[in-house]
Design a protein around this ligand. Sequence first.
Ligand SMILES: Cc1ncc(COP(=O)(O)O)c(C=O)c1O
Length: 460
Amino acid sequence: MSDNEGTLHFDPRIQDPDKLQGLSRRGFIGSMMAGAAGLAGASTLLSPVQEAEAAPLPDLPDTPDGGAAPDDEAYWEKVAAQFLLRDGVIYMNSGTRGISPLSVHKAQTEAVEAVNSDPAMCWSTYFFSGMDQIRKDMAGFVGADVEEIAFTNSTTDGMGLGFMGLDLKRGDEILTTNYDYGWVKNMMAFRAKRDGLEFKMVDISDPSFRMLEDPQKVIDVVESGITSKTRFLTICHINYTDGFIMPVKEICEMARSKGIITLIDGAQPPGMMKLDMQDLGCDMYAGPGHKYMLAAQHTGFLFLRNDAADRIRPLVYTGSPDPDRAIEGARKLEQRGSTSYSDRISIGAALDFHNRLNPEAIEARLRYLSLRLRRGLKEIDGVTVYSSDDPRMSMALVSFSVKDLNPSDIVGRLWYRNPNIYIRTVGAAGGFSGVRATLHVMDTAEQVDILIDRIAGLAA
Ligand SMILES: Cc1ncc(COP(=O)(O)O)c(C=O)c1O
């Protein structure tokens, strides 16, 4: 039996399972009628999950030892077929919102079903003990100790827990770059005003800083913003703007030598590239579950190094007040009442999905697709590509602009024609302004070529 058969259920009041089984997965236009009185408003269209059930998705392909080759299209197309995207959509915005493959979607929806049908069992066995294993898997996935992982609701949530909970005093300086995320900069500016801190931002917009020979210039610019009063530094691991992989390890080493605590904005890398917190050497690292990891919306994690844990105070704490039973380490930051356990359960399924494909093979595939995109775009007159071709400097984010075309127009023109291609606008304060495609395993080489052709059409 297919991996994907048998676990989703039709509602026989509305749908006729025999009829549904005969329909093609993608070709159904919607002729089903709501069958039962009192079900006004029931959809006459199949949901993507029902379509997938009517003609089950192909199984995830067997993965060769060490993972499939990056250009094994037959294999990666079967992987892409695990996603529930409707026909005609090319989704290249995992850097903003990831979408879950069917196995992850089902893990989440089955958990919702479980909590509503057998809540007592569910709380005691499924969620709490299940989460212990997921925490171990998550720690293994990012090269951390299990005690160093807190589950959060998003990257921003993790950044907030780390930064807003840090012990800082009036006059302390906090530092970031102009390529960092607006919400993070707002949070820093807000706390600086409230608590009398000095908020500083160094300018790394010079594109020559991000050339093969010059990551040292980025390190030097960041260092130039440090004074004897600097206590906190945050940078992106991968700039969400131009996709540059920041020299995080070197910057964290330099910061540590000056007694500065580091919080890395890891909105992009988890699920895109292999991570090792011990090797990166940061004090904190905030990541999402809902982008490249492909888990549910409203999921994320914060890595908090054991030896930095005492510096971070929980903003909300609902654990035991008894010092002997108080929750320590990263998990103290999770003690904030109820959460959506079904969303968190999806993290386990997402990690299984990645591990089954092999994280190194995913990374190699994304490098292959993004190199193909960059090369194709660079051949088009009037297109400027901002992301580097050097694998040490760039991964699956490809930012570019088209001469005389405003970025929002490019996004609109790609979306409002068939196939609908979903990318986004991006820019940096003091830097460039353009569009960004973020490639993942739901994207195929053929789709990358379609994007290149469409951009060539726009540029012409
Ligand atoms: C660099 C960066 N930081 C933070 C965020 C916000 O992430 P989240 O939606 O997980 O809060 C994003 C979102 O795209 C981002 O690119």
